[in-house]
Design a protein around this ligand. Structure first.
Ligand code: AMP
Length: 619
């Protein structure tokens, strides 16, 4: 492997297009594909006679055989077939999507008269392999380290599928980066901005709409709020024009093109061309040759105003979402320093106009190329993670931190702060968990996010249970609980049976990015305000835990030493006290203390004389 082999690349794996970029020798550059284009359509064509074509040619071939032309796989990735968003997409796909045995979508095409089935992940791999091949041919070097971008709303499964597909394509993924973060990074790099700054990324692509508010503090670029619609984008605008053409053909020529999938596909493409033309011209002319019998040539015109009226509702929808995102973040429009446009559909003049009006005439950012900024940001991120000297980058740093602490609930609802807020990613933490009274073959612990010592005042993320534990006396079952967050924002909770081989892992949806700044601030404020109460809670739990442990151990010792009959009163009292203690709240601390006294009066001499084991240390 040559020197290039060390280089790390950025890939924008888009719904409609993919783009590859690299930062090298103090410059960020787009890597063109082998046809010399800066973006590659996310299109795969399965040739009926065998073989697979990817990109622009695949798109062209699919006009002939739409059932074999696969696109917008990103809408299917990591989703189940009963997902309503996936169901929506299915309505207009000309290719066949069915459900496999685990209710996941499977795409089937015909090749050589037999059916070929591919999962969305396999399709992603085909696409990524092609991108890899292209870059390698272009640079005449092998390439494997990459940063791949994903929508901020992607969940753990969608991220994992992307990760796995890239691995299968031969890549080493340094990081999965959120698309708006990448766009902001490209912008901050371009602008060489050092001071604190807040931007809003409006990303309207072919099939999805994303809005994100990001803040730069020192070198750190942080996502503070995201919103979006994964089913809104350029193709919905194409559909408006398509509908108009279909109506014209029906009304004027009595022809219904929707009955023929080939006609539909042709018209869809013509609609997109017309839409793009209307971004620069006032009028677009659509010419249809040989489609309608008895009308060898049909000309339909559409002007910009007409298009704007047709798509008005959709345009407004993006503004509503943006408005909601701002409201949720509790930031005013005025506090946004810059609006960054990204995604091909932001070239539509009406969209730019609506945004300018919304932001009271604020200049929209035109420094960033809307098709390329996400890939450029990924390339910058890749350079930051690269070890290659040629990719040394010192103008910018991207540090992801944990915005709020994460931990497990211990016995008595106390928060164990396993990962402290502000920890730099990747990070992890562990703690030993000793089972409580009751079923000793299973241990469960809630996983919470927040700063309060009482978990019930924090946000619950998930529950981790481990069962089939190695038998041990109730109260002495020990499990190591570990939490780790990787650089991709995937939170993994692990439980390990200390005495056995048993390990249970749980991946949790956790993108620090979906917590708004206001939410974080409120959480911190709330914790600061209640500091004294929280300290009291910890103190109270100390007594409560002592009482429970004491009683559990007495019960266990009496059982183990066959002393139950002899000390029936003690046994009964401790058994019922455990249950009673669990229910006690902070304002009942004195009752807990009284119970401790009572327990000790009743049991302590036996505990001492018989040298009971596993008794808790005195407080
Ligand atoms: P992206 O997913 O960011 O690559 O954006 C692709 C979308 O941008 C497609 O729906 C294109 O039709 C749309 N697009 C590209 N150029 C233009 C343009 N000049 N005017 C309107 N839409 C455009």
């Amino acid at each position: 492997m040559g020197k290039m082999g060390d280089l790390a690349f950025g890939i924008d794996l888009g719904t409609t297009n993919c783009c590859v970029s690299v930062y090298m020798n103090n410059k960020v550059e787009i890597v063109e594909n082998k046809s010399g284009e800066r973006v590659t359509p996310s299109f795969i064509y399965f040739q009926p006679t065998g073989g697979v074509i990817v990109g622009k040619h695949a798109q062209a071939m699919a006009l002939r055989e739409p059932r074999n032309g696969i696109y917008e796989m990103k809408r299917l990735v990591g989703r189940k077939c009963d997902d309503t968003q996936l169901q929506n997409s299915l309505q207009y796909f000309p290719f066949k999507v069915s459900s496999d045995s685990s209710n996941s979508p499977i795409i089937s095409v015909k090749q050589n008269n037999s059916v070929v089935e591919k999962s969305p992940q396999e399709l992603y791999t085909i696409l990524l392999k092609e991108l890899k091949k292209d870059v390698e041919e272009k640079l005449a070097k092998s390439v494997n380290k990459v940063v791949i971008t994903v929508p901020a709303y992607f969940n753990v499964t969608q991220r994992e599928v992307t990760f796995a597909a890239a691995k299968d394509a031969g890549f080493t993924v340094l990081k999965l980066q959120n698309e708006p973060t990448a766009a902001a990074l490209a912008y901050y790099y371009e602008m060489d901005l050092q001071e604190a700054h807040r931007c809003l990324v409006y990303d309207l692509g072919g099939g999805t709409f994303d809005v994100a508010i990001l803040e730069r503090r020192c070198e750190n670029v942080e996502v503070i709020a995201v919103a979006g619609d994964s089913q809104l984008g350029g193709q919905d605008f194409d559909a408006c024009i398509l509908e108009y053409i279909c109506e014209q053909l029906k009304d004027k020529y009595g022809y219904d093109p929707t009955l023929d999938p080939d006609d539909k596909r042709t018209l869809r493409q013509k609609s997109e061309e017309a839409k793009k033309e209307l971004s620069t011209l006032d009028q677009s002319v659509i010419t249809l040759k040989g489609m309608v019998p008895q009308h060898p040539k049909i000309v339909i015109t559409i002007n910009r105003k007409q298009f704007e009226v047709m798509a008005d509702k959709l345009f407004n929808k993006t503004i509503d979402i943006l408005d909601r995102c701002l409201n949720e973040s509790k930031f005013s429009k005025e506090s946004i320093d810059e609006v960054i446009l990204c995604g091909g559909s932001t070239r539509i003049p009406k969209i730019q106009e609506m945004l300018a009006i919304y932001f009271d005439g604020k200049q929209l950012n035109k420094y960033v190329n809307p098709d390329e900024c996400v890939a450029e940001g990924a390339a910058l991120q890749a350079a930051m993670l690269s070890t290659s000297k040629r990719q040394k980058i010192d103008r910018l740093e991207m540090v992801d931190v944990v915005p709020l602490s994460i931990g497990f609930s211990s016995m008595c609802d106390e928060m164990v702060f396993t990962i402290k807020r502000g920890s730099k990613l990747p990070t992890s933490g562990s703690h030993l968990y000793v089972s409580s009274y009751g079923d000793s073959s299973t241990i469960s612990a809630g996983i919470y996010e927040g700063e309060r010592t009482d978990v019930r005042k924090n946000r619950r993320l998930a529950t981790l249970s481990i069962s089939n534990l190695t038998p041990a006396p109730s109260g002495q079952q020990e499990v190591i609980f570990t939490l780790s967050i990787d650089t991709n924002g995937i939170l993994t909770a692990k439980a390990e049976d200390i005495f056995g081989e048993n390990v249970k892992e749980l991946k949790i949806d956790y993108t620090g990015g979906d917590r708004s700044d206001a939410e974080i601030k409120n959480t911190l404020l709330d914790a600061a305000k209640n500091r004294i109460e929280d300290e009291k809670f910890v103190e109270f739990v100390k007594y409560k835990r002592y009482l429970i442990r004491y009683c559990i151990s007495v019960v266990h010792n009496l059982e183990a030493r066959k002393l139950v009959k002899k000390h029936k009163k003690m046994y009964k009292f401790c058994g019922s006290t455990v249950l009673e203690a669990y229910l006690k709240e902070m304002d009942q601390e004195s009752e807990i203390k009284e119970l401790i006294e009572k327990c000790k009066r009743l049991c302590e001499s036996v505990v001492q004389d018989c040298q009971f084991e596993f008794m808790p240390a005195d407080i």
